[in-house]
Design a protein around this ligand. Structure first.
Ligand code: G3P
Ligand code: CA
Length: 227
């Protein structure tokens, strides 16, 4: 499974550089620029799966406080930018056509089982990722068969062992650590490798040369030559 046949342009939190991140408006904008896939972040609040990046609402909404202090109903009353609401996972999956891939990042604890349950009802190409490798392990143990990718902001000496133990499809790494030798090692070990977050077209071309399978970008409007 890959997010596209060749080199994937993945709308990061939708189109976070040009629209409010992780909003339906942002995902629509990414789709207008023909992205191969969209990426977004999921927490579970009040047994509902919501699409938001931080564990507080302060940065991305007109509210303040920890996510876990909100009921789902109160979260939905917040303005997530330009009058947008914080979307649910289901709203995003209903918006994105099945021809476009989805990369769901498990942010909060306890998301693995609930996300698998929802995703199995949709036919998009799917990739589930997380910095929380234990949450990913639980996701894999659930037996959905949906491809997964551990995320690394800093490289770990045992990064490839972690990926092997998870039977990962991809190893997704920060641009800060995307050096040629590392990408070569990841690809030689049989994993796809996607890099976050890349807003420079020449850098994306260089990464593609190295063997990277795709990039997450806040600026899908700049990447249409790949799509
Ligand atoms: O999955 C790539 C990227 O989204 C991970 O970093 O902080 O934007 O969620 P972050
Ligand atoms: Ca993310």
């Amino acid at each position: 499974m890959s997010l596209s046949a060749d080199f994937s342009i993945i709308g990061h939190r939708g189109a976070a550089g040009i629209e409010p991140e992780n909003t339906l408006r942002g995902f629509k904008r990414a789709l207008e620029h023909q992205v191969h896939a969209v990426e977004f972040d999921v927490y579970q609040i009040d047994r509902e799966l919501v699409v938001i990046h931080d564990d507080t609402v302060d940065r991305t909404t007109n509210g303040t406080g920890a996510l876990t202090d909100f009921s789902f109903e109160r979260l939905r009353q917040l303005d997530a930018g330009d009058g947008e609401r914080i979307p649910t996972l289901i709203e995003v999956l209903d918006l994105v056509p099945p021809s476009v891939g989805v990369n769901v990042e498990l942010k909060g604890p306890g998301t693995a089982t609930a996300v698998a349950e929802v995703l199995r009802q949709y036919s998009h190409r799917q990739l589930v990722s997380s910095f929380d490798h234990e949450e990913l392990r639980q996701f894999v143990a659930g037996g959905s068969g949906i491809p997964i990718a551990p995320l690394f902001g800093r490289w770990r000496e045992n990064g490839l062992e972690i990926a092997r133990a998870l039977k990962a499809h991809a190893v997704n790494i920060s641009d800060r650590i995307a050096i040629p030798e590392r990408v070569t090692d990841i690809v030689a070990a049989g994993f796809a490798c996607h890099v976050f977050t890349v807003n420079d077209v020449q850098r994306a071309k260089d990464l593609k040369e190295m063997g990277v399978s795709g990039v997450f970008t806040d600026r899908p409007d700049l990447f249409t030559e790949f799509t």
